[in-house]
Design a protein around this ligand. Structure first.
Ligand SMILES: Nc1ncnc2c1ncn2[C@@H]1O[C@H](COP(=O)(O)OP(=O)(O)OP(=O)(O)O)[C@@H](O)[C@H]1O
Length: 306
């Protein structure tokens, strides 16, 4: 469904250039529900905006379904935004028209497309548990209910892909959980691919896969283990918070992402602990690669006896 390779985004202002994505690789399968996490400024929103057709990539490959996001014309971009992809923002104001009812809000994108379908709009509101609030104006709905209307709106034009930017960011944790359960149901029932960008680590339990972005590149990936695997021998390797292993415990298997050119990101904490900067020594024993400081640095960093 999504294939990004070597994706670059450079923002140019008068006198500076900001490299927001620097060769990012990402593949998302059709029908997958996954999350992207990362520190502030790591490039999550930039990636989501590119996938949503709201921003243009600078270079690389970005394919979504049949669309090539680097080569699309303006007209194709409009068609893509209306028909292929649905977007949910943290800030409801961007999703919803406050003086319309829930039902009118869901019908609006259909009308813009010239494809009014009241019964499908009702069906979507029922799917998010709001069949009893069809005629309510948005001001009469709670934050969580408004977010559910936003989910129904994102599905109005039957997109194959839904992108959600911090969908649980402005609701309490119980409501956040409900929203994620709705996503999961829609993902299973309608087969829609869902990509969630979030700071909320509890999202990990609700998705198939979590990918971390660091400095504009995908760095680490956690894949949810099946119930049998998770209970296995219960052995979980401990490592620093920065590597992320401690984030999701034994329910997820952690992988480092290696791009086609063989590049990977080593967590800063590991490099500092090894006293490695600039260059390192790699050893391969036929099965595993070990990385360490160059010999003279290793000797220098060893404690001296007195
Ligand atoms: N329109 C823009 N013009 C210039 N720089 C930008 C622009 N948008 C984002 N950036 C920069 O690109 C980098 C990535 O920003 P981005 O918003 O994608 O990060 P993020 O991971 O979504 O952060 P947050 O979690 O805080 O939303 C940051 O250094 C940011 O300052």
């Amino acid at each position: 469904m999504i294939h990004c390779e070597g994706l670059m985004k450079i923002y140019k202002t008068d006198d500076i250039e900001v490299v927001a994505l620097q060769g990012l690789n990402l593949t998302v399968k059709q029908g997958e529900m996954m999350a992207i996490i990362g520190n502030s400024g790591s490039g999550k929103s930039t990636l989501l905006n590119i996938l949503g057709g709201l921003d243009r990539p600078s270079a690389g490959t970005a394919l979504v379904g049949k669309w090539d996001l680097l080569k699309m014309t303006k007209e194709q971009l409009i068609e893509y935004k209306r028909g292929t992809v649905g977007f949910i923002w943290q800030n409801n104001g961007r999703n919803l028209v406050p003086y319309l009812t829930s039902l009118q809000n869901v019908e609006l994108p259909m009308l813009i497309q010239g494809k009014a379908d009241r019964s499908y709009a009702k069906q979507l509101l029922a799917a998010v548990g709001l069949e009893h609030r069809l005629g309510s104006r948005l001001t009469q709905l709670s934050g969580g209910e408004q977010q559910r209307v936003a989910i129904a709106i994102s599905l109005a034009n039957r997109p194959q892909l839904v992108l959600a930017d911090e969908p649980t960011g402005s609701v309490d944790s119980a409501t956040g959980e409900q929203i994620l359960d709705i996503f999961r149901r829609l993902n299973q029932d309608m087969g829609v691919t869902i990509v969630i960008v979030t700071h909320d680590l509890s999202v990990a339990d609700k998705v198939d896969r979590v990918i971390a972005i660091r400095d504009g590149m995908t760095s680490t990936e956690w894949v949810k283990r099946s119930a049998g695997e998770a209970s296995g021998d219960g052995h979980v390797e401990e490592s620093s918070q920065d590597s992320g292993n401690a984030l999701f415990g034994s329910h997820h298997e952690e992988f480092v992402v290696i791009d086609r050119a063989g590049r990977l990101q080593i967590p800063k904490a590991y490099l500092e602990a090894m006293n490695v900067s600039g260059k390192a020594v790699l050893e391969f024993d036929g099965k595993r690669v070990t990385i360490g400081p160059p010999e003279e640095d290793a000797v220098r960093s060893e404690p001296t006896e007195t």
